[in-house]
Write a new protein. Sequence first.
Length: 125
Amino acid sequence: MSAIVTAGELAVALDQKIEAIVMNEYQRLNSNTWWPWVAKRRSSQTREERIHWLLNTAKIERPNASHGGGQAIFEELVSLYTEFENENAVAGLKLKKEQLEDLFNGIPGGEAMAIAAAWARDIGQ
């Protein structure tokens, strides 16, 4: 008894495989990054974001003659900020119906699966 595979089932299977490949590639690329040790991940709340930093410049110094004897030394408060605008990004893959329906190496829709897998790996980089 042979199993009949519909184009809809192939599309669902293809989508699941693409999602798995993209996630695996993303995790592989992120495994050796340095930025998680120096940065904090935060979700964006609006289209435009402004992030402020207050830099710690406080220090205790010994009063000396170069600063006028017993005078206290006053530091300025140092702050930095950066602004960025979130942008949308999209990518799409066009496959022919025949690629989903034809046999490729004995697998129904195998050519589409191979093309989509390569595309998913490339887009994940």
